[in-house]
Design a protein around this ligand. Structure first.
Ligand code: FER
Length: 261
């Protein structure tokens, strides 16, 4: 239970800089049939260095923001660099990272007015696509462990709100839940966690982080305040910063090291 925060060291210099002397994971783009949307949809998958079908891996679902798509994390955050570096230091459990397109509609590109109501609604519809289409596809296609204790979800901004909504709304599916700079799509705390005792019992990790100068910080703050009142263990991590990849990369760096341990 984190009720007050000490000053925390910044992420170490170079954590997000590609190294030539470390083993590299692999990045694939896959297509899966979405019964929810009625089309083939894309996702980007990062498998860890040494990935082998002989083994079985936990899975992290990593979601993008309102202006992005399945490529946003790769382009802006290079999670493969952060994780390759952590693997080299033996600081992270081998896992499959799935970067889907969280805008579950036929035209799911981040073009035009990304705030248009139909596009915003598609971020909520993604819950069905994720649970009924993408997760079954991943677990049939990759060497994934298919239970709640080996499934994590987090994301940035709109994807942070999705992760908190879908993760906390489906505790039978996810034991590890995070949100980085979560957006106004985040459900109100009492809807997000209507049964604090159940959340307390089922969650392995609940992570909420944000930059201290982010205009959306109230959505993280109110969630933290509620969780604290209801005594639901969680990490509330505020660092100097705005609404950008500096904060989100740091979030991934820290969150990933806590997973599946
Ligand atoms: C809003 C402000 C910001 C909103 C969404 C966002 C749906 C999302 C921001 C992001 O994903 O970066 O009012 O409403």
């Amino acid at each position: 239970m984190v009720s007050a925060q000490n000053i925390i060291d910044p992420s170490p210099t170079g954590f997000d800089v590609e190294r030539t002397d470390v083993a590299k994971g692999k990045i694939d783009t896959v297509s899966y049939q979405s019964t929810t949307v009625g089309v083939q949809r894309k996702a980007i998958i990062y498998t860890p260095p040494g990935y082998s079908k002989e083994k079985k891996y936990p899975v992290l679902y990593l979601l993008h923001g309102i202006g992005g798509d399945e490529t946003e994390w790769l382009k802006g955050g290079q999670p493969q660099v952060i994780l390759d570096n952590l693997y080299a230091l033996n600081k992270v459990e081998p896992m499959i990272v799935v970067m889907p397109n969280g805008r579950a509609m036929k035209d799911d590109r981040a073009t035009g007015n990304v705030m248009a109501p139909d596009k915003v609604k598609a971020f909520a519809t993604f819950e069905q696509d994720l649970l009924n289409d993408l997760i079954p596809f991943i677990e049939a296609t990759y060497a994934a462990i298919g239970d709640r204790e080996h499934r994590a979800i987090t994301g940035l901004s709109m994807g942070g709100g999705q992760s908190l909504n879908f993760g906390l709304g489906n505790l039978d599916k996810f034991a590890w839940v995070g949100g980085f700079s979560s957006a106004p799509n985040t459900r109100k705390p009492e809807e997000l966690v209507p049964d604090p005792a159940k959340a307390r019992e089922m969650l392995k990790l609940l992570w909420i982080s944000c930059g201290d100068k982010d205009g959306l910080i109230s959505f993280s703050q109110r969630t933290h305040d509620y969780l604290q009142t209801k005594e639901v263990p969680h990490v509330y991590f505020i660092e100097p910063g705005y609404h950008d990849f500096k904060v989100w990369k740091s979030g991934l760096y820290r969150f990933s090291q806590l997973l599946f341990k």
